[in-house]
Design a protein around this ligand. Structure first.
Ligand code: ARG
Ligand code: GLU
Length: 727
């Protein structure tokens, strides 16, 4: 009995505490203070200084913000970077044609001369981070009206950036943390000559497509390779044939020893946005109004895309990136809503709020300062309610799903130039206009967009409140007797924007002719009317309420941190460099269901369906599996590992982030979360939320054994921290 109790204690000590402590996305410069001890408790063998240092090279020097939306890491001393396939997807797709379909067939540059420039792609390093809260909040008082405060903060930020020590090729950025209670300065370096080096065929890189997306168990080889080029001084430079491979301050060694349940893991990257400190009422609105509206719109768009893509290989290539973007958030919103409901997040938040209120009212000083905060917040969210459904439908339909509208919206800046500065000025922008149109039309199928238009305009008329609709849209819908197909068909045949040949020809010869035609184009006018209605009737009143919400949320954040001194708060993600950490862990997402933490190539073969849209893979992969031809990359059990899960707190933007072991070696590549835990941006449950990483050994196996690009692996530094340094 006694022995059993002792055992229980030991189990609790080893597993209880670390499992609970895994939430948070932490600032690298505060690790020593806040996290280092706990990280060591979880098995980390490095120091905080090894991870982030301004004085010596550290892990952070190998991490890049990839294209502003994902994360990548440097894995060789020649500037080779690794990121997800889905992060490189748009780039790979843009470089592909039906003849040279790198997206579908995969690609491996055999030498640097075969590495392909990817115009517009950039990666950013963080050189230094500083707490500048005091300077940014100078002359800012609690009583100041919000607009005045904003002005003062902006002025202070400008001064901080101006005064920051930096090299001429470096840039600065100041961002708010804890909803404006703290501010940090980032000194950055951005490289703009980034070239595509290699990727597996999409059938492997996005294996399982939308059915497997956000789901465990997972079998996706979600990676691609790029390289940073620099000028001869190793500094950022625009593309030039003379540029040379970038020499990094640090690159990540790669561990061939793999992972086991319980191993320490750390995710280093650029998480985009979380909302961990919302009041219950906001969570409720997300569940009841916002997510359902967005899901509804995208159901329609994706239904049209899906049918068209399954039917035609060229459409598949043209729409794959657009489809993936729309589908990814769509599926996440569904999972998030379900997860918030399953976790009873609203009631748990309400219980927290009751305790908050109790603590605040128990202290005289807080009572006056914070006593009505929650009531005020609730009142403001109630004011929002009348707009929310219309706003979500309006924005999705006006700006995000109908390509013709997106084109029209982008052309508005050219209309402005013509109107304000004349044809000569516009002619100067001619080449940019042509290049934009070429990019757009390369992947545009008006017949698909026309179907989307018909479906979505029916939703617009049906779901947006009459007060908030664009009159033009209402009039046209009425004049067609709500025959949306006919409306779509006439609009698409009348508009010049659906005629790539004509539009491009005019743009090349005389851009002002095109833009003059655009100004009176029925599709352009309708798009502008809807955007204007969204702005004037929805976004404007909503922003003015949100201004108050932002102020109240800032005070609520400050008050929570005071009233719960026993809790450790992390700042919501805001696309800045962060660290999440935990261990390799499976989970028990539902009664009777146990998820193993590791998947193998066996699972790819189980899911394999020749010719299938989502589950086909090249025969060569099946053959390698059959022959167990895994090279040095197999796990100790002789199998080929594919992916693993851990309790690291991550979000969108963490895609491509390195999973790093206790010693600072690369063990995997973060690319997703599991379905039952997709609510983690708003409500993190350590028992259920898991991030998904592709095992680095699968990446190496695919490059070397599958792709025959062993020369790329030779560039990397392979290590065996667990089993000794034999290779
Ligand atoms: N869900 C992952 C993320 O949020 C992967 C998305 C890429 N895959 C896809 N089918 N869209 O970005
Ligand atoms: N796939 C996501 C991304 O593109 C990362 C997964 C997540 O949202 O957790 O950043």
């Amino acid at each position: 009995m006694k022995k059993n109790l002792l055992l229980l204690w030991a189990v609790l000590l080893t597993f209880g505490a670390p499992l609970r402590a895994s939430d948070g996305m932490w600032l690298p410069l505060l690790l020593k203070q806040l996290n280092e001890a706990e990280m060591k408790g979880l098995g980390m063998k490095m120091s905080a200084e090894d991870i982030y240092s301004v004085n010596k090279s550290s892990l952070k020097d190998a991490i890049v913000h990839f294209g502003g939306g994902c994360t990548g890491e440097v894995i060789s001393d020649k500037g080779l970077i690794l990121t997800n396939h889905h992060c490189g997807e748009g780039r790979i797709q843009a470089l592909s044609t039906m003849q040279n379909n790198y997206y579908a067939d995969g690609y491996w540059a055999k030498s640097m001369s075969e590495e392909m420039p990817s115009k517009g792609l950039f990666v950013t390093f963080i050189i230094r981070i500083e707490d500048v809260t005091k300077a940014v909040l100078e002359n800012v008082s609690a009583e100041m009206p919000e607009p005045m405060r904003q002005l003062q903060v902006e002025r202070n930020i400008a001064a901080v950036r101006e005064a920051a020590a930096r090299e001429s090729w470096q840039e600065t950025q100041v961002k708010p943390f804890f909803h404006g209670n703290q501010y940090y300065l980032f000194v950055t370096e951005t490289y703009r000559d980034i070239r595509f080096v290699g990727a597996p065929p999409a059938s492997i890189g996005s294996f399982g497509k939308d059915t497997d997306n956000w789901v465990w168990p997972r079998h996706t080889g979600d990676f691609s390779l790029f390289r940073i080029y620099a000028d001869k001084n190793n500094r950022p430079a625009e593309y030039s044939a003379d540029n040379v491979p970038f020499k990094p301050r640090h690159f990540l060694p790669i561990s061939l020893d793999g992972v086991q349940e319980g191993d320490f893991t750390m995710i280093f990257g650029f998480p985009g946005a979380t909302n961990a400190y919302l009041p219950a009422i906001a969570v409720q609105q997300t569940i009841e109004i916002m997510n359902p509206a967005r899901i509804d719109v995208r159901n329609k768009t994706l239904g049209v895309y899906d049918a068209a893509m399954r039917a035609d290989a060229q459409v598949r290539l043209q729409y794959v990136s657009k489809q993936a973007r729309l589908a990814n958030s769509w599926k996440k919103w569904i999972g998030e809503k379900q997860g918030l409901e399953a976790a009873d997040a609203v009631n748990k938040k309400l219980a927290f709020e009751a305790e908050f209120q109790r603590r605040v009212m128990a202290k005289e000083e807080w009572k006056w300062k914070y006593g009505t905060l929650l009531d005020d917040l609730n009142a403001k969210y109630k004011d929002l309610r009348v707009y929310l459904q219309s706003l979500e439908y309006g924005l999705e339909i006006g700006s995000r799903n109908i390509e013709l509208f997106q084109l029209a919206n982008s052309l508005q800046s050219y209309v402005n130039i013509l109107d304000n500065n004349g044809a000569q000025e516009l002619a100067k922008r001619g080449p940019a206009l042509v290049s934009y149109l070429e990019g757009f039309y390369k992947d545009y199928r008006p017949e698909i967009d026309q179907k989307v238009f018909a479906e979505l305009m029916a939703l617009y008329i049906g779901k947006v409140k009459a007060d908030f609709m664009a009159n033009t849209a209402v009039e046209q819908a009425t004049s067609y007797g709500k025959n949306y197909d006919q409306w779509a068909s006439e609009l698409f045949s009348e508009s010049i924007l659906t005629k790539p040949g004509t539009a491009l020809q005019m743009a090349r010869v005389k851009p002002d002719d095109l833009i003059n035609a655009v100004k009176n184009d029925p599709a352009y006018l309708l798009a502008r009317a809807i955007v204007a209605a969204n702005n004037d009737k929805l976004s404007k009143p909503v922003s003015s309420i949100r201004l108050d919400i932002d102020r109240l949320q800032r005070q609520y954040m400050e008050a929570m941190m005071l009233a719960f001194p026993e809790k450790r708060f992390f700042p919501d993600a805001n696309s800045t460099l962060r660290i999440g950490y935990g261990q390799v862990r499976g989970s028990q997402p539902k009664d009777g269901i146990l998820y193993q933490p590791i998947t193998y190539l066996d699972g790819v073969v189980e899911k394999y369906k020749p010719g299938d849209y989502e589950y086909d893979v090249p025969a060569k992969l099946i053959q390698l599996h059959k022959n167990k031809d895994f090279g040095p990359y197999a796990a100790a059990n002789g199998k080929m590992p594919v992916a693993f899960t851990g309790n690291n707190h991550t979000t969108g933007g963490n895609s491509g982030s390195p999973a790093i072991d206790a010693h600072g070696n690369l063990i995997g590549l973060n690319f997703d979360r599991q379905w039952e835990g997709t609510m983690s941006d708003i409500f993190y449950d350590p028992e259920i939320c898991r991030n998904i990483m592709v095992d680095i050994r699968y990446v190496l196996f695919l490059i070397d054994k599958f792709g025959g690009a062993g020369h790329l692996v030779k560039e990397m530094k392979l290590v065996r921290p667990k089993t000794g340094s034999r290779k």
